[in-house]
Write a protein that binds this ligand. Structure first.
Ligand SMILES: [Fe+2]
Ligand SMILES: [Fe+2]
Length: 375
């Protein structure tokens, strides 16, 4: 190592003098120099000359720099593979295929901060929630909570599958995006856990999963384009879900359900922000993206016209939860609250579509085409 290090420090063609009292050093040095292609000669007893040849191979000297560590390149090549951004990549690496490989489709300088924020906001269901809080719901209200949890779980499952799948398609050169998708999937895993635990707290049997609800989620899972899937899932779907969780936080009949919805809503707000950050940058870079968005929303709407949309059991349960009681007055108030929620979801979607550059009229008509399943 000492000889190698000294050779790296001298100019090509220059000679290095090695002095050593080690008895058999000449045998070892001669062998090492043969292997490295350096000329070797003995000057006197214990004194040797090694010349650094022109072709002296310093590892990585023919390698290619995989961009700058802090700023990614516009399009990451396959042969950089899994290398760290800014690393020296040896030639001869068999490439990996990552279809999402352009920065203008996915990356912005805000991604690193968004990831750090998401990492810092992780919470432990075991300690963040009081699972022993007393629940005194009537049997009907508890059934309603369980039905809503059942519905939330299947939606969270779609919300986990989609970012998890895209995380594996993003070129690792844009690792912040991969990290954000991974932590989003991890958030959804936690949501599945807490909603399942809440549902099973007092019940062995969960609520109804409908064909219409699953058909709606299938159209999300089937969307193979990252930006379009982000729009449908994270802007329109999770944006609406954020309103739903805020509604549940307000009307939840017991403190545990309230806590769960409060924490899940905080996570969902980050998912919506990540999506909006990605898509506002993407629409600036790709002039035809808005048209593709509008077409995707219409396509999804058409695919779902024959389905029932929102699970009627969910609508019923949300009404009952908001009503809190079963008197006609309370039920009417609960119904009004759910209708307010739907209007709130609608205007939220309009606002986000406007931020993506749609006109008020376009945003209104596209928002109206969003699935009745909310997600
Ligand atoms: Fe979630
Ligand atoms: Fe989410």
């Amino acid at each position: 190592m000492a000889v190698e290090r000294a050779l790296r420090l001298i100019e090509k063609g220059q000679s290095l003098t090695v002095i050593s009292a080690e008895p058999e050093i000449d045998i070892h040095l001669a062998a090492w120099c043969r292997q490295k292609g350096c000329s070797f000669s003995q000057l006197s007893t214990g004194k040797y000359a090694i010349e650094r040849p022109l072709h002296f191979a310093v590892r990585g000297s023919t390698a290619e720099r995989a961009g700058d560590a802090s700023t990614p390149v516009a399009c990451a090549p396959e042969h950089w593979g899994l290398a760290a951004r800014g690393a020296l990549v040896e030639r001869g690496i068999h490439g990996f295929y990552f279809p999402i490989n352009r920065s203008d489709h996915i990356w912005t300088s805000r991604m690193a901060a968004l990831y750090r924020r998401a990492a810092a906001a992780q919470w432990n269901p075991e300690t963040a929630l009081n699972w022993n809080a007393v629940i005194e719901n009537t049997s009907e209200i508890e059934d309603a909570v369980v039905q809503v949890m059942t519905y939330l779980i299947e939606n969270e499952t779609a919300a986990l599958i989609i970012p998890a799948r895209f995380a594996a398609r993003v070129h690792p050169h844009y690792f912040e995006v991969m990290q954000l998708l991974a932590i989003q999937a991890s958030d959804e895993a936690r949501h599945i856990e807490v909603f399942s635990r809440r549902a099973r707290l007092n019940r062995q049997v969960l609520g109804l999963s409908t064909a219409g609800g699953q058909a709606s989620l299938r159209t999300l899972i089937d969307e193979s384009d990252f930006s379009l899937a982000t729009l449908l899932l994270s802007v329109l779907g999770e944006g609406s879900f954020l309103s739903l969780l805020q509604f549940l936080r307000k009307y939840a009949p017991d403190p545990l359900t309230r806590q769960i919805c409060r924490l899940a809503a905080k996570d969902e707000a980050r998912h919506v922000l990540f999506a909006m950050t990605h898509l506002t940058a993407a629409v600036r870079q790709q002039s035809d993206l808005r048209q593709k968005f509008a077409a995707a929303i219409r396509r999804r709407h058409e695919a779902l016209t024959a389905t029932a949309g929102l699970n009627e059991e969910v609508f019923y349960s949300l009404t009952l939860i908001a009503a809190g009681k079963t008197t006609p007055e309370a039920l009417a108030a609960g119904h009004r609250a759910v209708k307010r929620l739907e209007r709130f979801m609608f205007t939220g979607r309009v606002r986000r579509l406007r931020q993506l550059g749609f006109t008020e009229k376009e945003a209104q008509s596209l928002s109206a085409l969003h699935t009745r399943n909310f997600m």
